[in-house]
Design a protein around this ligand. Sequence first.
Ligand code: 5RP
Length: 236
Amino acid sequence: MTTDADLIKQAKQAVGRQAAGRVTSGMVVGLGTGSTSAFMIQALGERLHQGDIKDVRGIPTSFQATVLARQYGIPLTTLDEAERIDLAIDGADEVDPNKTLIKGGGAAHTREKIVDGLAETFLVVVDASKLVDRLGSTFPVPVEVLPMAVTPVMRALKALGGDPILRMGVKKDGPVITDQGNMVVDVQFGVISDPAGLERTLNNIPGVLENGLFVGLADQILVGEVVDGRPQVREF
Ligand code: 5RP
């Protein structure tokens, strides 16, 4: 029996593969984090291995992306070495009609915002369940916080009307620790009417490193879905 999880996996695979197909020889590519990006990294590695494209270098947005890129044979570079990022391909947790995003489901939003924001083109890859009419409808806003400031930051987030929860590990006791050694607070604000204002306000709280609101960064959105049993990809 095919479950909803199977269909979402097929949609993620289809959209990841299609995004990898947009990479051309010589590009520096920002490599996103998450399960959809993982399919993209695998497909990109396969294209390089087959000789379909060459001279591609990746800039990973996380430890996960670094490991996958090495596994699939994608040469890596850094922001110190590369003069530009031609294309960043990354997933999202919510996408609204203005292409504003919530990211950070994998606690990688700080590096993702740096890499995705520097790219000439930021291509977002999602399955259709991520599309929302109003931002904040389904997913809380992840906020990366320096460990010594977690308590005052959570107090400040409550004062802003949010409902903050410290993200806890799975198969690890205690909080999730980011690739930078910080913690993540997931904040439910309900529907967000002013994402740009909230993004600035959150980053102004002392102790906050970055939050998962991505405003005005996404250029193109590719959406994967399974229609009549067949995976399809459309441009949003
Ligand atoms: C990681 C992210 C991911 O891109 C986002 O959570 C989507 O993940 P997935 O492709 O697994 O649904 O922002 O910090």
